[in-house]
Write a protein that binds this ligand. Structure first.
Ligand SMILES: Nc1ncnc2c1ncn2[C@@H]1O[C@H](COP(=O)(O)OP(=O)(O)OP(=O)(O)O)[C@@H](O)[C@H]1O
Ligand SMILES: [Mg+2]
Length: 315
C-alpha cells in the first residue's frame, strides 16, 4: 500500500503573498527586470484573465478575440532555466508578491524541490508530482470564480533537472520518464480546468528540456551570469558606502569577470562567497579595505558552469 504524502509532507514552507519579506528579496534581485515583468504578467493573467479582456476592449474592441483566445489558452507553465546561482529559485519564491500586489489578491506558493525529495524509491518522483498537482488542483478549485479569481496558487517545481531530461534521450531511466509524464498530465489538467494556478519549473538543463514540456511552456526564461554592469551594481551597492573607491570597484568588476580559462562569477558567488569573505576578513579588528577586497576576489574561483548533460553527451 503506497503512502500518499500529505500537504505538510510535500510542501515544508508554504508562502502566502503579499508579504514584506519576499517583497524585499524580490527588490534585491539585480538585472532580472525583464524576467520579473514577463513572469508577473503571465501569472497575473492566470488569476485574472479579465484583465486581458479589459485591455483588448480598450484598444481593439472585438477584433482582438482570436488573439485573446490563444493567449488565454496557453498552458500555465513557465520554465526558468540557466546557470547555477543566477536567481531562478529566488525569483520563483518571491514573484508571487508582485502578482498579489498587482492583482490585489492573496497568492499561495507551494514549493516542491525534486533535488532533496523523490530521489529514493522507484516511483517516488512520480508519486510526489502527482500528489503535488492534486493538492494544487484542490486549492485552486476553491479559488476559482467566474470572473476574477478569489486568489491564486503557484506550484514551484524546483531543481527539476530530471524532468528536463529529454524523453528522447536513450539513457533516460524509466522512472524519469514516468515523472515527465506525470508532470505533463498535471499541467494539462490545470489548463483544461482553467484554474487560477500556475506552475514554475526551475532547471539548469535548458538544452535537455523535454520537447513535450517545452511545447507547453508559456515562456522559457534564460538566466545567466551577471554582466559587467550587473557586477558593478552589486559590488558598488555594498562596498562603495564602506569607502571602497570607484577605481577599486572597477578593479573588482574586472577581477570577477570572465577570463580566458574560466567564466565570470555567478550572482551567488558575489553575494554568498565574495561579500562574506570580504567582511569576515576585516572582522573584528579592521575596516573593509578596497585593496584587500581585490586580493580576496582574485583568490576565489568562480563556480564552474553547469555542464548540460545533453551537450556533453553530444545529443
Ligand atoms: N540577479 C540576482 N541579483 C542579486 N542577487 C542574486 C541574483 N541571482 C542570485 N542572487 C543571489 O544568489 C543566491 C542564489 O540564487 P538562487 O538560489 O536563486 O540561484 P538558482 O538560479 O536557483 O541556482 P541553482 O540552479 O543552483 O539552484 C540568492 O540568494 C541571491 O543572494
Ligand atoms: Mg535554485
Amino acid at each position: 500500500m503506497q503512502h500518499q504524502p500529505s500537504l505538510d509532507e510535500l510542501f515544508e514552507r508554504r508562502q502566502i503573498y503579499p508579504d514584506f519579506e519576499p517583497q524585499e528579496r524580490l527588490s534585491r534581485l539585480v538585472g532580472l527586470d525583464d524576467q520579473k515583468s514577463r513572469l508577473a504578467k503571465i501569472l497575473g493573467l492566470l488569476v485574472n484573465p479579465n484583465g486581458l479582456e479589459r485591455w483588448a476592449a480598450k484598444f481593439h474592441a472585438s477584433e482582438a478575440r482570436p488573439l485573446l483566445e490563444v493567449v488565454l489558452r496557453r498552458p500555465p507553465l513557465v520554465v526558468l532555466a540557466g546557470d547555477v546561482g543566477s536567481g531562478k529559485t529566488e525569483l520563483a519564491e518571491t514573484i508571487g508578491d508582485a502578482v498579489a500586489r498587482q492583482e490585489r489578491l492573496e497568492i499561495t506558493l507551494y514549493p516542491l524541490s525534486l533535488a532533496t525529495r523523490g530521489q529514493g524509491r522507484v516511483g517516488e518522483m512520480t508519486q510526489l508530482l502527482s500528489a503535488a498537482f492534486e493538492h494544487t488542483v484542490q486549492a485552486a478549485s476553491r479559488l476559482k470564480s467566474d470572473g476574477k479569481a478569489k486568489g491564486g496558487v503557484i506550484l514551484l517545481v524546483d531543481e527539476a533537472d530530471a524532468l528536463a531530461q529529454s524523453r528522447e534521450a536513450a539513457q533516460m531511466h524509466h522512472e524519469d520518464r514516468a515523472g515527465v509524464n506525470a508532470f505533463i498530465r498535471g499541467i494539462d489538467r490545470l489548463a483544461n480546468l482553467r484554474l487560477p494556478a500556475a506552475v514554475i519549473m526551475c532547471t539548469n538543463r535548458l538544452n535537455a528540456l523535454d520537447p513535450a514540456v517545452r511545447r507547453r511552456a508559456a515562456d522559457i526564461m534564460a538566466f545567466g551570469r551577471p554582466s559587467d554592469i550587473q557586477r558593478r551594481h552589486i559590488l558598488s551597492l555594498r562596498l562603495s558606502p564602506l569607502g571602497v573607491s570607484a577605481n577599486q570597484i572597477e578593479a573588482l568588476v574586472m577581477a570577477t569577470g570572465p577570463k580566458q580559462n574560466r567564466p565570470g562569477f555567478t550572482f551567488s558567488d558575489l553575494t554568498q562567497r565574495l561579500m562574506p569573505a570580504i567582511a569576515l576578513d576585516a572582522y573584528p579588528n579592521r575596516p573593509v579595505e578596497g585593496g584587500r577586497a581585490l586580493q580576496i576576489a582574485q583568490s576565489i574561483e568562480p563556480t564552474p558552469p553547469f555542464r548540460d548533460v545533453a551537450r556533453v553527451a553530444g545529443l
